[in-house]
Design a binder for this molecule. Sequence first.
Ligand code: SF4
Ligand code: SF4
Length: 117
Amino acid sequence: MSKSETEKWKKINKSREERPEIQEYKNWKELPPIPISLPIKASIGITGDWRTFRPVILEGCNKCGICWLYCPEGIISKKEDGSFEIDYIYCKGCGICARECPTNNIKMIRESEAEDD
Ligand code: SF4
Ligand code: SF4
């Protein structure tokens, strides 16, 4: 797909029929704004207590934000210093962040091996 076609399709968002089957983006910065449903702030929305593995961000993190982008729960947030933190009350331990981290700086550890709760 040429650059002009890519630009064209990025702007079209009217109906299913008008959308291409595949949209190409060079990187996540080209993505249009997307809606994220955040967890429900009540006991029914708490998914952290059935987690088996916990993602831990390691010191080599380069603050790229890819984990924030991919987390399906929207519970990775950016801190003032540019680093990212995970809300373990709502993290369900799916491991997508660890899978997508380009520098392999998210380690999945067993909950039973975590130092705190
Ligand atoms: S393990 Fe899943 S839910 Fe938890 S922070 Fe990573 S992507 Fe989000
Ligand atoms: S994806 Fe990996 S390197 Fe990027 S901010 Fe998250 S933990 Fe850090």
